[in-house]
Write a protein that binds this ligand. Structure first.
Ligand code: KIV
Ligand code: ZN
Length: 521
């Protein structure tokens, strides 16, 4: 059939649901079918009605639920009873399609079907005739394991079933064995050798055992196929099926190569992918093309700089085209100044001069060294930590704690005083933070009461930043707060306390305990 429009046949609810562990209930199938309708697929294969009462009901409900522009299809073996049951499930659809067929490779004929070529051919013809005789206007015939079949026999089967009334011929590479060149040549061969093949839709159905399902489907359409059978997120038997989002976006992005269009509303792709992943419980691999979490994420400094200057430098698809709001700049130890500056400004942080930004960037790098990814909350904490304007009377040089279920919590602290002297002291406490604060008190010697200590994890995970906030009371009524974030909770606790103490000293003055001086700088 010569047209530039490729039909998208979605089999998420049938071949996709054959993925190990992916079982959907009837309501979920109907919800996914409604989303497939919004996505703009042409055909929904809703199930295999004879296989269970649940599958029958799902096909019946989907047939009734979706718009009358969509073809709803049910799978059958080439067995009259299967076809009768499928027809019962489908007949409420505005556009019903029965999808029937039989194996064509030697191994299918000999081991699975135990039939001769001739016997199998007759069974296939009878199945198509039966479906048409029931009144089904649209019958798709699959020649299972076409990829390993003798092409001459395949041609004969296809010619015969077209004569029997098949409207669509599905040529599956059931085992994902073919190369794109071979699969494309198979379709070209069918169009050249099978009379009548020009009047039906030839369909590509590929499995991904060698990671070539998308490439194979594209080779087929290049050679004349006008329907692609695919699933959302590429789920399906074993390594899965051709992924809908990949073929659709390949046809869209490389229209210059293929010159073919689909009816897919690409902005619905991401939403559909999320829905299928959530409902089936099958996670999408992060580096999956188009819909993976990293598909539009940029991690290295060079890439971030390029994308921020001009998105197309490192992106061939605008993420909005597939319904993803924006590209992601992943801030990590590999990020450069451009990426960090951009994110900080998006978060509303302004810097009076380059020195201020450099301070934050240097701190960012030291946080990034301890964490895989630096999140927005981490950045906020870094900025509030670094941009405080309190005079740094005491600065942390080193803190070391020793604790455990059988140990007496002990802390040693080294502080720098006004860039002039390094002071050190140690103490024990009820816990490691108490020990740190007592050791600091021995050095700083300004009396106060700790009235609040809270610690929060800024982001998720074992490598999260600890965000410590403390309040101290001094001089009878004055309250001073301190706040610091660090991947080490003891460092964050020490810095938060020092910040509060520096505020107290700035207001009321402090004195150095001379006996604590370790060295003069
Ligand atoms: O992979 C295959 O051959 C199939 C058919 C049942 C269409 O899924
Ligand atoms: Zn399949």
């Amino acid at each position: 059939m010569s047209t530039s429009r490729v039909q998208i046949f979605d089999t998420t609810l049938r071949d996709g649901e054959q993925s190990p562990g992916a079982s959907l209930n009837i309501d979920e199938k109907v919800e996914i079918a409604r989303q497939l309708e919004r996505l703009g697929v042409d055909v929904i294969e809703a199930g295999f009605p004879i296989s269970s009462p649940g599958d029958f009901e799902a096909v019946r409900r989907v047939a009734a639920a979706v718009a009358d522009t969509i073809t709803v299809c049910g799978l059958t073996r080439a067995v009259a009873k299967d076809i009768d049951v499928a027809w019962d499930a489908l007949k409420g659809a505005a556009r019903p399609r029965i999808h029937t067929g039989l194996g064509v490779s030697e191994s299918h004929l000999k081991y699975k079907l135990k039939k001769t070529r001739e016997e199998a051919l007759e069974i296939g013809i009878a199945a198509v005739k039966h479906a048409r005789a029931l009144g089904c206007p649209d019958v798709e015939y699959f020649t299972e394991d076409s990829g390993r079949a003798d092409p001459e026999y395949l041609y004969r089967v296809i010619e015969a079933v077209i004569k029997a009334g098949a409207t669509v011929i599905n040529v599956p590479d059931t085992t994902g064995y073919m190369s794109p060149e071979e699969y494309g040549a198979l379709f070209a061969g069918i169009l050249n050798h099978v009379p009548g093949s020009e009047n039906v839709i030839l369909s590509a159905h590929c499995h991904n055992d060698l990671g070539m399902a998308t490439a194979n489907a594209l080779a087929a359409v290049k050679a004349g196929a006008r329907q692609i059978e695919c699933t959302i997120n590429g789920i399906g038997e074993r390594a899965g099926n051709t992924s809908l989002e990949e073929v659709v976006m390949a046809l869209y992005t490389r229209a210059d190569v293929y010159g073919l269009s689909t009816g897919i509303r690409t902005e619905e792709i991401y939403k559909t992918s999320r829905m299928v992943s959530t409902m089936t419980g099958i996670l999408v691999q992060p580096n999956k093309a188009i819909v993976g979490a990293n598909a539009f994420a940029h991690s290295s400094g060079i890439h971030q700089d390029g994308v921020l200057k001009e998105r197309s430098t490192y992106e061939i698809i605008d993420p909005k085209t597939v319904g993803i709001l924006e590209s992601k700049i992943i801030l990590s130890a590999r990020s450069g100044r451009a990426g960090v500056r951009h994110r900080l400004s998006e978060l509303g942080h302004k810097f009076a001069n380059e020195d201020e930004f450099e301070k934050v960037y240097t701190r960012f790098l030291s946080v990034a060294d301890n964490k895989k990814v630096v999140y927005d909350e981490d950045l906020d904490a870094i900025v509030s930590d670094e941009m405080t304007t309190v005079p740094q009377t005491y600065e942390l040089v080193q803190v070391q704690v020793s604790c455990g279920d059988q140990a007496i919590p002990t802390a040693t602290v080294k502080l720098r005083h006004e860039n002039r002297a390094v002071l050190m002291d140690a103490d024990t406490g009820n816990g490691p933070v108490d020990a740190i604060y007592r050791a600091i008190n021995r050095i700083v010697g300004v009396p106060n009461d700790l009235i609040e200590y809270t610690v929060q994890s800024v982001t998720e995970g074992i490598d999260a930043m600890a965000d410590v906030t403390i309040r101290i009371k001094a001089d009878g009524h004055m309250i001073y707060t301190g706040h610091a974030a660090h991947t080490d909770i003891f460092v964050a606790s020490t810095k938060a306390y020092l910040q509060a103490l520096n505020k107290q000293i700035a207001r009321s003055g402090g004195r150095v305990q001379p006996e604590r001086v370790l060295e003069h700088v």
